[in-house]
Design a protein around this ligand. Sequence first.
Ligand code: 3PG
Length: 399
Amino acid sequence: MLCSAKQSLARLTLSNHFGEKSPSGKPHFSSFPSPQILKSRKSDLSASKPLYISSFDFKHFDKSKDSNSQKALTQCNAYEAHRSQPITINLDFANEEAQVVAGQRIKIGLYFATWWALNVVFNIYNKKVLNAFPFPWLTSTLSLATGSLMMLVSWATGIAETPKTDVEFWKTLFPVALAHTIGHVAATVSMSKVAVSFTHIIKSGEPAFSVLVSRFLLGETFPAPVYLSLLPIIGGCALAAVTELNFNMTGFMGAMVSNLAFVFRNIFSKRGMKGKSVGGMNYYACLSMLSLLILTPFAIAAEGPQMWAAGWENAVSQIGPHFIWWVAAQSVFYHLYNQVSYMSLNEISPLTFSIGNTMKRISVIVASIIIFCTPIQPVNALGAAIAIFGTFLYSQAKQ
Ligand code: 3PG
């Protein structure tokens, strides 16, 4: 293997970037850059005298004496083209590995923070729109239409790479899109009838639906702690429901149907996406487009253009012409939060994702109670806290 490198420059670079020389005078690398880092430091290795790499070997994992951290050492033998004897360079991965892990943590943290923030904004604008314009079928359709349009423009302008899909892809996506459509409309119907916080308290019961569907429809079994964790989830949701001051059966059932639909969406997603190469952002874009096609005829049948026109006029007369910006905000933020959540799912395990989702509900519940001054009794808050604590126990028991 030929490595073109300027040795004198390489030595200088090594002492500058990677630490000191060893007592033997041979350059000792205190860390070995990841391939990306190597790429970014390409200019450090400019050609003058060619270096021949005679061997490159992952030597061993060495447990450091004074720390518990493990070091991956790699030995690289190389010699200048005009030398006959190889020089030995020891490469140590530990620091770079730690940097890569820290970078990944920061990236996931940013994904989570963005996902929760976008979700809070979506929920606030969605409720503001629904208060003035109680047409959940149209608002659900508009959020899917806006997302679809944003992605079509991104593909057309090259902002995002157009995914390569085939008929098989769309066929496997169909059940996912159907479940997504039902879950989305049901949640929006729920939020049009009850407080945002109440919808999300009931939606924190989703793990219970997941276990019950997996157990009774798919025949999966779980360890006892998983079943036990359902007790606080179901008990907490039930306590919050019976003590809800503005309880409404349609609102309650909407959140329950949404939970059930999203459990099926997750099951179909897992089956449909095995071995497929469409990334999180484009997967969600395709899902939005197919859901839009499914939802539009039902939205027209359920509400229809005449009711929408009358309702719009009424909303604009109450709120003013800027009402349209509320609708735009709820639609754009709906797409963005889902897009980021699908991008996060690409990076993390389903378990970490479900913990992130529970934390997201806490942010939404707290933010919406503050912003809408939702009246909440202590016993109702206790029910919510028990249900959310149950979802944490569930996540731990599933590990
Ligand atoms: C929707 O409108 O689809 C729901 O608000 C989604 O809820 P979730 O993403 O918080 O489960």
